[in-house]
Design a protein around this ligand. Structure first.
Ligand SMILES: [Zn+2]
Length: 248
């Protein structure tokens, strides 16, 4: 995962706001996981990480520039774009009943790895074995750009600032476009109508609200962002760093 901090929002960056996604464990595919989580359990996270690192040997053999792992109800898919190729090669395996996508991906990687080794053992050069598998699985109808990671900026908020958003009843997405101060002020006005002591509100809550308002206005003077390169809905691999990144 590539992470860098930018003090000011660069023109090339687009502000990232969290889309409403259906929450699904990226490892076992189970629905109904906790909001903000990618996995249903620590085991699921560890298992997928392990399988993805297992894939690196194969991706190196293919000289992958980019790769992406995705799954549907009936297939696990590993798309690979080699450095020297203009097209995507798709390695897919039909999913076995009741198995986790992470387990099926492991089988897919081992199967392709076995095929590659088998060719090398039969006196083919390593590069020929790679070329053979890449060409055999090449899919001309898939846009190579589809697995090129995107760079997205995301608001960077401290713990305290996140608390302030809660008090102001603002969502992170509310601040994903320009006009931060206006939005913060209007959220404050709305909440002041609830908490102002003159209209029977709680004095302590009103103080907290005023503090949150001040702190967020200070934040809005110089908003901070982090940026990350990845795909939107699946894990992506960047050959330049030899790393897998979770979806944005
Ligand atoms: Zn899971």
């Amino acid at each position: 995962m590539e992470t860098s901090t930018t003090r000011k929002l660069n023109n090339k960056l687009t502000i990232y706001s969290t889309p409403v996604k259906q929450l699904r464990c990226l490892s076992c595919g189970k629905y109904q996981i906790k909001p903000g989580r990618r996995y249903c359990s620590k085991e699921c996270r560890q298992q997928l990480n392990w399988v993805l690192s297992l894939s690196k040997g194969l991706l190196k053999a293919f000289n992958a520039r980019y790769a992406a792992f995705s799954f549907s109800e009936d297939h696990v898919i590993l798309d690979v774009l080699p450095v020297w190729s203009k097209g995507i090669s798709r390695f897919a395996l039909e999913r076995a009943n009741n198995r986790k996508p992470a387990e099926d991906l492991k089988d897919l990687i081992l199967e392709s790895g076995r095929e590659w080794h088998h060719m090398v053992e039969n006196n083919n050069s390593r590069s020929y074995a790679s070329l053979f598998l890449i060409e055999k699985n090449q899919k001309k109808n898939i846009d190579p750009k589809s697995i090129k990671p995107d760079r997205k900026a995301r608001l960077r908020l401290s713990k305290q600032e996140k608390k302030c958003l809660k008090i102001l009843k603002l969502e992170r997405e509310d601040l994903s476009s320009e006009g931060h101060a206006v939005k913060i002020k209007s959220a404050y006005k709305k909440m002041a109508k609830v908490h102002h002591p003159d209209i029977g509100g709680d004095a302590e809550k009103f103080r907290q609200l005023s503090d949150a308002h001040k702190q967020m206005l200070m934040w809005a003077e110089d908003p901070q962002y982090t940026s990350r390169k990845a795909l939107h809905d699946c894990w992506s691999y960047d050959g330049a760093t030899n790393r897998w990144s979770p979806p944005l």
